[in-house]
Design a protein around this ligand. Structure first.
Ligand code: GRF
Length: 219
């Protein structure tokens, strides 16, 4: 029986990435067990998704804490109580303070809907459309003390068309988020990720040098 990696998932909203992770666990593509789902917003639909699977949930309302650090300490305490090994940020709309990052050094992952380091921050699908880039995508990375800056684990690339809207591009990217996030967690679970400085080395990585995308195509 493979080791079930104990994870804690942090959300603020609809939780479709949480859903993808739960589905991957059910399909045995991911050897993990969700110990707890924590939301800073009581109305986050992701909480309903978690409860319907019998996963313990906690709401920690950031507005009830005097400082970011005090909020983070509470979240860290819950994660530790759940004996969480890896913290998975899935649409969690709060910046983490050093208190949090240091408590789980190289054990926090985030998903970002752009090809980092391009378009960090918020509303990035809109920014990608407005900039006229030919490709965007999504990135799973380890979290360090800078926003959207930590070592990159996995990326997926999608085309961006001139008539795309924020909504159409977001939907195209989200579909890929749901594929790469469970994969990144599984690589961690298998002990195949090694962080050295900015780089994440993936044990057993298949290198496909011919994997090149061109838009408009050359033909
Ligand atoms: C995703 O686009 C994710 O990349 C971003 O927030 C969104 C969360 O979506 N950080 P969901 O709550 O997982 O549906």
């Amino acid at each position: 029986m493979p080791r079930q990696l104990p994870i804690g998932v942090l959300i603020s909203g609809s939780g479709t990435n949480l859903q993808a992770i739960m589905d991957a666990i059910d399909d045995k593509r991911l050897d993990a067990a969700i110990q707890v789902v924590i939301s800073n917003r009581a109305e986050a639909y992701g909480l309903v998704r978690a409860r319907s699977r019998g996963i313990p949930t906690e709401v920690v309302d950031h507005r009830k804490f005097p400082t970011r650090e005090a909020f983070d300490e509470m979240v860290v305490e819950i994660l530790r109580a759940g004996q969480v090994d890896l913290v998975v940020l899935a649409g969690f709309m709060r910046l983490l303070s050093p208190v949090f990052v240091r408590a789980f050094s190289n054990r926090i992952m985030n998903i970002h809907p752009a090809l980092l380091p391009a378009f960090p921050g918020l509303h990035v699908q809109k920014k990608a459309v407005e900039h006229g880039v030919r490709f965007s995508g999504c990135t799973v990375h380890f979290v360090n003390e800078e926003c959207d800056e930590g070592p990159i684990i996995i990326q997926a690339v999608v085309p961006v068309f001139p008539d795309d809207t924020e909504e159409s591009l977001s939907a195209r990217i989200l579909k890929e988020e749901h594929r790469i996030y469970p994969r990144a967690i599984q690589l961690y679970s298998e002990g195949r990720l090694r962080v050295e400085g900015r780089k994440v080395y993936v044990d057993g990585l298949t290198k496909e040098e011919g994997q090149v995308l061109v838009l408009p195509p050359l033909r």
